[in-house]
Each structure stands twice: as C-alpha cells, then as structure tokens.
Write a protein that binds this ligand. Structure first.
Ligand code: ACO
Length: 401
C-alpha cells in the first residue's frame, strides 16, 4: 500500500501491485480456481466431471446461464446456436483485404472487431435481449470465422456451415472439407477437439478476460470488447503458448531430438538465455493444472486412435515433462505442464496447422469472455476500470526555450 500524499499533493492510499498478483479486479460467480489444490470449477461443477459427462454446448449453456441444461433446454440451445452460424456475406469481402500470409490471429482480431459493423443491431448494451443476441452470435459465428481465416490462408474456398452437424463437427467440416469431396467427421477427433473447447471455455480473470472486462467497462459494444480479448490472447505468455510450445518442441527435434533435450533444459535454467519452457508454469496453478491432466489423457487417446503413438514429438514432450518433474529448478518454482503443453500435440495430430492453435483457443474462450462481460454489464454498480499508477517520472518543471 502506497501513501500517495507525498506524490503531487494527492490524498488517499492505493495498492501498487504490478501484474495484479494479489488484487481482485471484480467479483464473479462463473469460474472458481484453487491453484494450490489444482481445482477448477465452472459454476460449481468440477472440470473433471464436466469433461467426461458434457459436450461443449452444455458448457456454453452452463457458463452463460449458471446451470446445466435439461434435455429440452439443450435441444433449444443447440438449435439457437446452429441458426446463427452463418456470417454476413460481406464479411467474406472484408476478409479478402487481408494478405493471405497474415497470421490467423491478426485476421481474427480484425474479423471480430468488424462484427460490430455487421451486427450493430445487437450492440445496445443496456438491453438484456440485445446482450443475449450478441452472446449467441459470438459463440455461433466464431467457428465460422476461424475456419474462414484458415481457408483463406490456404487459398481454398470457404465452406459454409452445415447445420445437421454438432458444433465441433461443423467446425471440423468447415476447416477440412473441400467442395470436391465428402467429408466425414471422425468421432475421436470430434470428441478430442470438443474437450479442448471445454477445457478452454473460461478461466476467471486471466489476461484476456480482464482485457475484455476493462475494455467493456467503458460501455463499448461486446464485439469490440471481445476483439480486445482476442488481441490479448495472442501473446506467447497466454494463448500463444500452445503455438510457441509446439515450435519449441520442433526446434528441439531439429537440433537433435532426444539427444538434445537435456541441453535445452539446461538453457531454460540459465536466466541469461532468455529461453522459457513454453507450456509450463501458470500464474495461479502452483500444484498442477487440472486441465493438463485431462488433456494428457486425450492426447494419448487421439495418438493411439490415429496410430501415432510413436510420434517423435509426443515422445519428446514426455521426456521434457519427465525432466521438468524431476529437476529441482522446476520443482522449486512449481513449474508444471499447463493445458497448452498437450493441446498443441493433439491439434497437430488432428491436422490443425500450428499457426491456428491460438485462434482455436479464442473460439473456445469466447463463451467465457462474453459471459464475464455480461456479468459485469448486468451489475448496476459496475464502474469504468481505471487503474492508478505509481508515477516515477520527473516532477513539474518549466519549459525553457
Ligand atoms: N520456464 C522457465 N522458467 C519459468 C517459466 C517457464 N515457463 N515460468 C516461470 N518460470 C520461472 C521464472 O523465471 C521465475 O524464476 P525465479 O523465481 O528464479 O525468478 C519463477 O519461475 C516465477 O516466474 P514468474 O514469471 O514470476 O511467474 P508468473 O506467474 O508471472 O508467470 C507464466 C506465469 C507467464 C504462465 C509463465 O509461467 C510462463 O511464461 N510460462 C510459459 C508460457 C505459457 O505456457 N503460458 C500459458 C499459460 S496458461 C494459458 O494461458 C492457458
């Protein structure tokens, strides 16, 4: 706590807490994390039970509405989402302005930001129905936008949504089908990707969610606030970690694989090297990321089902994990694999290009962002976010010319 009376005659006290290590920015009833126990609950339900018993649409309903749907509510919700999967045709033309070699997250940030230009009839944040329509639009259209970004990067025609498929099956089809041949959704792949969506759906006040809240606190529309969240997620310390993790494994592989991994881990321990072990460590989980355990299981299932058990990158990942769990440097700092350590391997196995990993994370996190934004906006007492600063620059001085 800093007494600011000494600074420029201001009165009162404020906390100086870089990185918000111990500052709660809001109250929320959506997601609970106990970092010491490695516990994650969505609306009170343990992630381990949700991952096994629910699909992503159940999770979206739960996060938005506070409880799991019964069968009638589930059907109605599926139907609602399904009927909003198309995007305005003009968005295709908007997208054509991007370079084809642009990073998918650059394209996605632009596309989500542009949603407020195409769907301005649901940007009245004071109207509950309007907020609901925006939430449904965001969740339903995000897979279409991510798949469009992918197809565009490949120079392939966009594939329109097919509404008799599941949310995840539809996304896989929009990504991998071509107009020339039928595409059959592989149920193992569909389930694995659905689990990735479930595990990434919300994670309380992480950097991108806090960004959505801060941006939304000015009263801007939800599409603009979520575009800010997408931009924040892109960074390698956050959602970009899954891409960075796979790049790291590929680099170790290229430099000698198993025979080089020990040397690489020594580099990580040398602070001057600037090398971090991507996919390891977490601001809140100081025991184990419960999502990583579930993802590791999915990873094994997918590799076995696709006949990739001997995949050298997966073996390398296991070796990195083994060394980290035994080495005192990592043990002392409580550095465990996080969810992104395994999600990248799963996505690579199912054919998702590395550059698209973070966009898929954004797709899954959209429900969390929109629910957190709505929770904030619905509170009649919410205030614009306006952090204080600890000023360390020059005191007042005169211009001398
Ligand atoms: N590799 C090597 N050392 C690390 C790592 C890492 N990945 N993460 C933390 N450390 C070390 C730090 O050097 C520091 O050591 P010191 O005490 O000797 O100075 C100590 O562990 C604490 O590190 P902080 O940076 O203070 O931890 P913080 O909680 O701020 O960082 C973060 C969390 C950003 C996730 C960090 O662990 C990291 O950069 N990990 C790699 C990126 C990553 O995987 N991000 C995904 C997060 S999960 C998600 O977004 C879904």
């Amino acid at each position: 706590v800093i007494d600011i009376r000494k600074l420029y005659g201001q009165t009162g006290k404020f906390t100086y807490d870089p990185g918000f290590l111990s500052t709660a920015s809001c109250s929320s009833s959506i997601t609970y994390i106990d970092g010491d126990k490695g516990e994650l609950l969505y609306r009170g339900y343990p992630i381990e039970q949700l991952a096994v018993n629910c699909d992503f649409m159940d999770i979206c309903y739960l996060i938005l509405n506070g409880d799991l749907p019964d069968s009638k509510e589930k059907l109605a919700f599926d139907d609602l989402i399904t009927h909003h999967t198309m995007v305005n045709e003009q968005m295709h033309f908007f997208m054509r302005g991007f370079r084809r070699d642009a990073h998918p997250m650059a394209v996605l940030t632009g596309l989500v930001g542009a949603m407020s230009a195409f769907y301005h009839d649901s940007t009245d944040i004071t109207d509950e129905h309007s907020r609901h329509v925006s939430a449904i639009r965001m969740i339903a259209k995000m897979p279409t936008l991510v798949a469009m970004a992918y197809k565009y990067s490949q120079g392939q025609p966009f594939i329109y949504p097919q509404n008799n498929l599941s949310y995840t099956g539809n996304f896989l089809r929009m990504m991998f089908a071509t107009p020339c041949e039928d595409y059959v959704v592989n149920p193992v792949v569909e389930r694995a990707l659905d689990r990735i969506f479930i595990l990434h759906a919300d994670h309380e006040q992480n950097a991108s969610t806090s960004t959505v809240r801060l941006c939304g606190s000015s009263g801007t529309n939800p599409f603009a606030a979520i575009a800010a969240g997408v931009a924040c997620l892109w960074g390698p310390a956050h959602g970009g970690a899954n891409e960075a993790c796979l790049n790291m494994l590929e680099e170790i592989q290229a430099k000698g694989g198993m025979s080089y991994v020990g040397q690489f881990m020594e580099q990580v321990k040398d602070k001057n090297s600037g090398v971090r072990l991507m996919g390891f460590g977490h601001r809140v989980y100081k025991n184990y990321d419960p999502r990583a355990k579930l993802m590791q299981q999915t990873c094994k299932e997918v590799l076995a089902s696709l006949g990739l058990e001997n995949d050298p990158l997966f073996k390398l990942a296991m070796e990195v994990e083994r060394i980290a769990l035994e080495d005192q440097y990592f043990v002392d700092r409580k550095l465990y694999p996080n969810v992104d350590f395994y999600s990248g391997i799963v996505q690579r196995a199912i054919g998702v290009p590395t550059a698209l990993f973070t966009a898929i994370f954004a797709l899954a996190r959209t429900v969390g962002w929109i629910a957190q934004w709505n929770e904030m906006i619905s509170d009649p007492e919410y205030k614009i976010g306006r952090p204080r600063q600890l000023f360390v620059g020059s005191t007042a001085r005169d211009v001398k010319r």
